[in-house]
Design a protein around this ligand. Structure first.
Ligand code: SF4
Length: 336
């Protein structure tokens, strides 16, 4: 049984507390007809894509470190259990996307699926919004990039394959922990790491370009998993990989992350939190562009070197230049 637990919402004037035991959580789905845009333009120099589409808000996978949690506070909800159980579904996302892809400014642009939610959260099995948006990208010749933790993405290998042939499609599986035991502590409702690797293998066998996102690295917890994660991903057919450090951009997210960590791993919590602070100059977060995704200490540099060493040893990134060249070629032929 899970109980409602949300940190105070900074946009609320007042906060209510339960007298006695909080209520159990229950899944609530809010269908929304978006009126403006479904394509979000990203201006951050730290993020490797310009345009993203999110058909949902909130995420049932409930990772305690998820930097998208505070976005739920803009809706008047909490960044804790509300983020995991009050899910907004943008039911007209595919038709909005089709309208927007007709614009000249989006021609041939890479559309990223994920950022503020997992595009394959369990509700997608019913709604099929991500699938319909992928079909739109395929029809308009837009390359796509996906980051997910869910094997549900294998349902769409037909459309991904067609998009891949036409303009390019890459699916990154977010797998920061090697074992279920390590994952459970921070990703309580996400599919097991083993299941994600199997889905990766299935897509690679279907000819779709796949990669591993070792993100987030939680210093002193999963940095030692890097070599084995890269090896396993390579064995499953991954050709791309990246890693980023844990980001806890707001006070409410920090409160939630710390409380869950202390509750679930009381003996490890201090060691992990102290190392995060060392990496972040004494705080739990670093907002500086260019440094938000990485640490400051020698331990972080060792983790980076470990990643680079095994990335090169295993031959990651070698297919990139061929694929990029093909993508440019396809785009020129489609739109010149
Ligand atoms: S799967 Fe991704 S979007 Fe969903 S909670 Fe985890 S980190 Fe956040």
């Amino acid at each position: 049984m899970r109980y409602i637990a949300n940190p105070p919402n900074p946009y609320h004037k007042y906060d209510a507390e339960f007298l006695g035991e909080p209520s159990p959580v229950k899944l609530e789905v809010f269908e929304e007809t978006a009126t403006r845009t479904i394509v979000t333009k990203n201006n951050s120099p730290d993020v490797g894509f310009n345009y993203s589409v999110n058909c949902y808000r909130g995420c049932q996978h409930g990772c305690t470190y998820c930097f998208a949690r505070p976005y739920h506070e803009f809706l008047g909800y909490g960044a804790g259990t509300d983020f995991e159980t009050k899910i907004v579904v943008k039911i007209n996302a595919p038709s909005l996307l089709k309208n927007e892809l007709r614009k000249k400014s989006l021609r041939g642009e890479l559309i990223s699926f994920s950022f503020t939610t997992d595009p394959y959260l369990p509700l997608e099995a019913n709604y099929e919004l991500t699938r319909k948006c992928l079909e739109a990208c395929r029809d308009f010749g837009n390359p796509v990039g996906i980051v997910t933790k869910s094997p549900l993405v294998t349902r769409d290998k037909d459309v991904l394959n067609e998009t891949n042939k036409r303009s390019g499609a890459t699916v990154y599986f977010s797998i920061p922990f090697l074992t279920l035991g390590k994952s459970k502590l921070f990703e309580p409702y996400a599919p097991k790491p083993e299941v994600r690797f199997r889905a990766m293998e299935e897509l690679a066998s279907a000819g779709i370009s796949v990669g591993i996102a070792i993100a987030p690295i939680i210093p002193s917890y999963n940095d030692s998993d890097i070599p084995a994660l890269l090896q396993k991903a390579r064995d499953c057919g991954a050709s791309e990989a990246f890693m980023t450090m844990l980001r806890l951009p707001t006070e409410s997210l920090q409160t939630y992350f710390v409380s869950r960590l202390k509750e679930n791993a009381p003996t490890k919590a201090d060691k992990i939190l102290n190392q995060i602070k060392r990496e972040r100059g004494g705080k739990l977060n670093n907002r500086e562009f260019g440094n938000r995704m990485k640490g400051k200490t020698e331990q972080w540099q060792i983790a980076e070197k470990l990643f680079d060493l095994h990335y090169r040893r295993l031959g990651f990134g070698r297919e990139k230049s061929v694929k990029e060249a093909k993508q440019i070629f396809v785009q020129q032929n489609l739109f010149d």
